[in-house]
Design a protein around this ligand. Sequence first.
Ligand SMILES: Cc1ncc(C[n+]2csc(CCOP(=O)(O)OP(=O)(O)O)c2C)c(N)n1
Ligand SMILES: [Mg+2]
Length: 338
Amino acid sequence: MAHTATQPIQESPAQLELYFRQMTQIRAFETRCNQAYRKGLAGGYLHVYIGMEATAVGWLHAIRQTYDYIITAYRDHAQPLILGSDPVALMAEIMGRSGGFSKGKGGSMHLYDIEKGFFGGWGIVGGHTPLGAGLAFGSKYKGEDRVTLCFLGDGASNAGVFFESLNMAALWDLPCIFIIENNEFAMGTRLEYHAADTELHKRGFPFGIKHERVDGMDVLQVLSDARRIVDYVRTEQKPYVVEIMNYRFAGHGAADNNRDLYRTKEEEDANALRDPLLRLKTYLKEHNIMNEEKMEAIEEEMEDWADGVMEAAEASPFPNPEEVYSDVYTDMEVEKGH
Ligand SMILES: Cc1ncc(C[n+]2csc(CCOP(=O)(O)OP(=O)(O)O)c2C)c(N)n1
Ligand SMILES: [Mg+2]
C-alpha cells in the first residue's frame, strides 16, 4: 500500500529512525534466537516474529506504553523488546538461565514484564483471549481509561474460547482490541484449510463489535490505523476486532524444518517482496530521511547489539535444580473484596 494523502505522515525523522531501529533490532534478536535453538542453547518451543515486525512496532507506538495493557500468545519476543524490557533478561529466559524474567523456568513462550504492562506470553492457542478481556474488565471496573491490546493468531481465531471472550467483551463494553495477526498459517495448515470464513475480522460481526481488516506490512499504515482504533476504544470504552495482514516468513517454530511440505519457494519469494523492513527502507530513502549508508550502519549496530545480548545471556548460570518447586505457587495474601 503506497502512502497517499489519506495517510498524512505525522512522524518526525527521529520517530521514523526509532521505528527502523526497533524493527531491525527485533529481526536481529529473532535471528539470534533461531541460532540459539539450533546450537542447543534454547530448548522447548521457540517462535520468532520475523516478517511481522511492523505490526508490533506500529501498534505499540499507538498506545500509552507501560500504562496500557498488552497480552499475546507464544510469538512474544517483539512486544517486550519494544517496551524496553531488559533484552539480556529476555534472552536469558529464552535460554533457560537464572537471569531470565522467570528465572529461566518460563522460556520463550512465557515472557512477562508486568511493570511494562506486558502480561505475556501464553502457550495455549486462544487461551489468553479471556485474559485479555479480563484485563480490560479490570481497568474499566477501576474507572481507568486504559486500553488492552490482545494479539492472537489466525489459527487462534477459530478457538471456541475466543468467541466466548468476544461475547463478554461486547456484553460488558470492554476496551479490548483483539488483533488477529493473520500470517496465513496455523503451524503447517494454511488459512483456507482451517477457517470456514477467511475474512477473520468478521468474527466481531455477530457480537456487534466494530471490525476491520488492515495492512500489517507497512509500519506507517499500521500506525495510522492503530492510532484511530486505539482512540475510538479509549474514548468509547468498547471492544474492536482487527485482522492484520501478515506473512510468517520463518517456519512455525524454530524446529520447523519442513516449510516445503506446505508452501512453495515461489510463494516465499513473492512474499519476501512485502518485507516490512524493505518497505520502510524504501520509504526512508525515497523521502530523503535516511541514506543507504546510515541504514547499513544501524543494521550493523543491531547485529553487534544482538551478539552482545546473546553473550551476556549465555554468561547467566542455569537455575539451581533445588529451585524447581520455588515460585510455582504464590503465598501472596489476596486482599479480600478485590
Ligand atoms: C489449545 C491448543 N491446541 C493446539 C496447540 C498446538 N499449536 C501450537 S501453535 C498452533 C498454531 C496456531 O496458529 P496461529 O494462531 O495462527 O498463530 P501463529 O503461530 O501463526 O502465530 C497450534 C495448533 C496449542 N498450543 N494449544
Ligand atoms: Mg498464524
